[in-house]
Design a protein around this ligand. Sequence first.
Ligand code: SAH
Length: 456
Amino acid sequence: MKSTAPVSKNQQLDVTISDLTYQGLGLAKVDDFSLFIENALPGEEVTIQVTKVQKSYGFARVVAFKTTSPDRVTDIDKTYRQTGIAPLQHLSYDAQLKFKQHQLAELFKKAHMDDVTVDPTLGMANPTQYRNKAQVPVRMIKGQLETGFYRQHSHDLIPLTDFYIQDPEIDKAIIKVRDLLRQFEIPAYDEINDKGVVRNIMVRRGYYSHEMMIVLISRQQKMPSQAQLVEEIHKALPEVTSIVLNVNAKRTNVIMGNVTRTLYGKPTIEDTLMGLTFAISARSFYQVNPQQTEKLYQMAIDKAGLTGEETVIDAYCGIGTISLALAKHAKQVYGVEIVPEAIEDAKVNAQKNHLTNVTFAVNKAEDQMAKWQEDGVKPDVIVVDPPRKGLAPSLIESAAKMAPQKVVYVSCNPSTLVRDVKLFEEQGYEVDGPIQPVDQFPQTPHVESVTVLKRK
Ligand code: SAH
């Protein structure tokens, strides 16, 4: 197909950046043609070189800055952008928070929901070293086992020891495990030839408890020198209370396989959130930014406006974090989640916290919602916290049929949020009050928010 683009590959030109995309790329328009440019901020005048041309858009890189934005942070390490660990590191934190608020507001405006307003993003005082979980690939480079992160859009490993947005204790643990793997000469996975052993290392550390879990993701059922390795890991890292082997023998980009075995300690670590205790197993979802999660959940709970008399549904409940926090203020809570291990954790967590007014189901949220509706469950409030792809239309229909007064929508993806809010509006709901973004992922373009929908 012949390109109709007004620019061609390798061409150099001067542009002014007009916007920042939801991926954190600078946008420049040439006629109506969009060029996406890494490391470029709104208002900046730059000389660019076109690197890729598609039919209606292209990519370019900055060759020279003629002016720079007052929001630009200059003291940065560019590996964090190259790896996608911190693609917004070059934007000041205040501007990041405004960017996230603006993102949501623009999307609602574009969807012709002009009366929806968005509050300023709730940020962090220290927006680095916040992640309680790391998942890093392990590869051989020049015969030596390395841990780090992939260069964006590739599987080239860039060795890293400081991950910038992770709990530094996790960074230290990764280095220790790396050194022990080297010492025992356990080979890293070789993707190209589908050989070798260790594919990834996952580390989770309780923010309050300081309990640490190390998950070794292996292509083999048993790693060479496994017993000695495990022994040395827990000797070297006193916080480790759980070492887990996850076997993934498939040729796939999916990180974890289906077999998980505890090699040392317990299969879970514990942490607290909102004064509740949670057991978290290797394959369960747990919010990565504990400090902000408490703010996010508190917001969701406040907005639910519970008096102790309500029936509440928590869809996409994971290990029951929101469900249990709600249970303290409601009559009955129903939770649903697709990962069986997470529901096992959720049930243990209900017991741990002496909460008996919660029922958990393993199911697809959309199917369970239909089932609850058929069974005549009458929720006063429904909380949803779906993954990035948002809600299934059938879930919205079943939810609306149960006629809750309120739906509290915790979203990690503004575009699916807007789509779903539209569907709720068609079912007789309207947005109640401003949307509240909470920055769960500083230095990245991810936008988390809480929206309340009220039955008209
Ligand atoms: N509310 C929880 C989890 C939110 S993350 C917390 O804050 O900790 C989204 C969760 O939805 C994950 O646990 C994921 O396993 C689950 N999930 C994904 N698709 C699902 C589906 N179709 N039905 C139910 N749960 C699903």
